[in-house]
Design a protein around this ligand. Structure first.
Ligand code: SF4
Ligand code: F3S
Length: 111
């Protein structure tokens, strides 16, 4: 099992999750983060930290967002590790209310 960052993270990227992960499993893209399934130890600490409810276990991942399991696995290999909290994206509050943002996913790495 592993935990997966899904659709609500896109254009929110609050990063509270990265701060609490004991194994630094989070990787940062331009407009979301992902979890490396090979590093995650299933501690669940990050789930309640996310203010937009973006993090699910692979067993709980909503059916519409199953592709995020692959997105996490692929982009964890491409994006840099993020270990601590940063400022959320400026549009975070606006996009916290938006659902199904898959088309807005940015494949580029974070800074
Ligand atoms: Fe890190 Fe635990 Fe979240 Fe996995 S479940 S990403 S180990 S905080
Ligand atoms: Fe994204 Fe939530 Fe973490 S918005 S960056 S999964 S705290």
């Amino acid at each position: 099992m592993a935990f997966i960052v899904a659709d609500p993270c896109i254009k929110c990227k609050n990063t509270d999750c990265a701060e609490v992960c004991p194994v630094n499993a989070f990787h940062e893209g331009k407009n979301m983060v992902v979890i490396d399934p090979k590093v995650c130890i299933d501690c669940r600490l990050c789930v309640d930290e996310c203010p937009v409810g973006a993090i699910y276990s692979d067993e709980e991942l909503p059916v519409d967002w199953l592709d995020y399991a692959e997105i996490n696995a692929i982009y964890a290999k491409k994006w840099p590790v993020i270990k601590s909290k940063k400022e959320p994206l400026p549009e975070s509050e606006e996009f916290s209310q938006v659902q199904n943002k898959r088309d807005l996913f940015d494949p580029n790495p974070g800074d």
